[in-house]
Design a binder for this molecule. Structure first.
Ligand code: ATP
Length: 199
């Protein structure tokens, strides 16, 4: 049975926290494949002005994926156009990989709001959740949320004990430090003059 996870996000831009969390998932869940899936239009947040285009986020996500064993990038949500609803994506992945065990990777913030997403029951019918901490203080919360979602949605939740790397794309965009993204991603950002970084 193949073991496949989807790691969705806006990746505006992908940062070292994403890479570390994804590597921990690959290792601890013994994945054969990790699909990095940039959203087209995220239903749950508004992309700020000056954001990269979907194509640029896809290209940066591909660079980040090249740093993660077993990872590949997918344009499925971007090519589907419109708002990117995870239940549709997970359903498509289930039909593409019917005999595999599927996971959806969710960081603490996504786990917190999971039952407010569109059709969470459809998501958990197709995929297990792999919960990763964004900060070491999140651990107790994640354990509690996992129990709640197991009870309320009959979700299968696996907790990935990653070493948390407390970084967000917002931190990077607000100019806190260029080293919050992998160096090849930074090279891309500079080459395309994104987020106020010129050549
Ligand atoms: P922004 O700051 O623009 O809101 P973000 O840093 O939250 O972005 P996303 O691309 O929205 O990044 O995140 C995609 C997925 O990765 C989500 O499940 C999120 O919880 C998770 N994630 C983001 N940052 C980290 C991190 N530092 N450690 C673990 N998981 C993370």
């Amino acid at each position: 049975m193949r073991r496949i996870a989807m790691f969705g996000g806006t990746f505006n831009p992908p940062h070292v926290g994403h890479v570390a969390a994804a590597r921990a998932c690959v290792q601890q869940l013994a994945l054969n494949k990790l699909i990095v899936m940039p959203t087209n239009i995220p239903p749950h947040k508004i992309l700020p002005e000056g954001s990269a285009t979907p194509q640029q986020r896809l290209e940066m996500a591909a660079i980040a994926a090249s740093l993660i064993p077993m990872a590949e990038v997918s344009a499925l949500e971007i090519e589907r156009k419109g708002a990117s609803y995870t239940f549709e994506t997970v359903r498509t992945l289930k039909s593409l990989y019917p005999d595999s065990t599927l996971w959806l990777v969710v960081g603490t913030d996504m786990l917190a709001t999971f039952d407010h997403w569109r059709r969470p029951e459809d998501i958990v019918a197709c995929a297990r959740l792999a919960a990763v901490a964004r900060s070491d203080e999140d651990r107790a919360f994640i354990e509690r949320r996992a129990k709640e979602l197991r009870r309320s949605l009959d979700a299968q939740v696996d907790i990935v004990y990653n070493r948390a790397v407390e970084v967000s794309s917002t931190d990077f965009r607000s100019g806190k430090a260029p080293n919050l993204v992998p160096s090849d991603v930074l090279r891309y950002i500079r080459a395309h003059g994104l987020y106020g970084y010129g050549e």
